[in-house]
Design a protein around this ligand. Structure first.
Ligand code: RIB
Length: 318
């Protein structure tokens, strides 16, 4: 049997407070929402959970608050079999939280209050170095300080560990710190935050990817929601379509894509195949409410893949 992939996530953990609503209040107005859901979230934690459910051994480096959410988040990692020995509570800080609003089309609006996520420092990466060096891939996002992200990218490069960065939430980036990054995986708006190019079509995504690749990044994957994703490198640009699903809540779909992609790649699949599978894994996550709780385990995913993969073989490359 192939070796189990070992994936590390250096990133955020939040509590998601999701309200389903068909309208939004105006200033000074109070209205009723339809439904509420409380769940474990945070881009880093979601990606760790997706990787774990896809069958990897997962190691998480994170900080949570000294409130009632902190121990619950640590317990959630442990319950799922994720190594949480480097997830610690920070005295005096609140846990990261994310009030989320989902409209009847399943589209979300998210507000993140980072709290203890801001306390993940380069020294915490050093403290986790021995474990990080044993992994096949380190996964990062932008919900912890950028200083720590850049430090970890350099750490991965120094030790020859594959590194995947999801620049979310979108913000301006020090491109020099990302030179030679293995994979940058933004969505349309995150790509726009970095390049200034609006992404409304696959052609726009190609222009955006060109600009990112010019900065030295090896591969760029722009996730395009219901349009699938664009895989781009200096030698290729390939649009890989999404699988048709009935979406009820798209929150965490990008995280599902990244966590699963890290595993498929570490299992040795060609990257094009890994992207196609991640497209399906992300799509399936939108058919349930919430983030982590909507992610498929490997058995359910493999059954869907066997049923759907033959119907989605079209791709366009240049
Ligand atoms: O990507 C979805 C995640 O973004 C949510 O779980 C929320 O916590 C925010 O981090």
């Amino acid at each position: 049997m192939a070796k189990r992939p070992r994936i590390a996530v250096v990133g955020s953990a939040n509590i998601d407070l999701t309200t389903f609503t068909d309208q939004f209040p105006k200033p000074g107005e109070t209205i009723f929402g339809q439904k509420f859901d409380l769940g474990f979230g945070g881009k880093g934690a979601n990606q760790a959970v997706a990787a774990r459910l896809c069958g990897a051994d997962v190691f998480m480096v994170a900080r949570v608050g000294s409130d009632l959410f902190g121990p619950a988040m640590i317990e959630n990692f442990k319950k799922l079999g994720i190594d949480a020995s480097q997830v610690k509570q920070v005295p005096g800080l609140s846990s990261g939280v994310a009030p989320i609003f989902v409209d009847p089309h399943g589209q979300n609006r998210i507000l993140v209050v980072k709290g203890a996520n801001d306390a993940v420092k380069p020294a915490d990466v050093d403290a986790a170095a021995n474990m990080l060096k044993t992994t096949d891939c380190i996964v990062l996002q932008f919900e912890i300080p950028l200083e720590t992200v850049y430090y970890t990218v350099a750490f991965a490069r120094k030790h020859g560990i594959r590194c995947i960065l999801n620049p979310a939430p979108g913000q301006p980036v020090e491109m020099r710190a990302l030179a030679e990054l293995d994979y940058l995986v933004p969505n349309e708006s995150e790509a726009e935050s970095i390049t200034g190019i609006r992404v409304r079509s696959v052609e726009d995504a190609k222009k955006s990817a060109e600009k990112l690749l010019a900065g030295g990044i090896r591969r760029v994957i722009i996730t395009l929601g219901a349009n699938g994703s664009l895989l781009a490198g200096r030698d290729l640009k390939e649009h890989l379509p999404a699988f048709p699903v009935k979406a009820v809540d798209s929150t965490g779909a990008g995280d599902a894509f990244i966590g699963s992609f890290a595993v498929f790649l570490a299992e040795g699949l060609p990257e094009r195949e890994a992207v196609r599978r991640a497209n399906l894994y992300a799509g399936l996550s939108t058919t349930g409410v919430g983030t982590q709780k909507s992610f498929y385990d490997r058995e359910r995913f493999d059954a869907e893949w066997a049923a759907q993969s033959k119907t989605n073989s079209v791709s366009v490359s240049t």
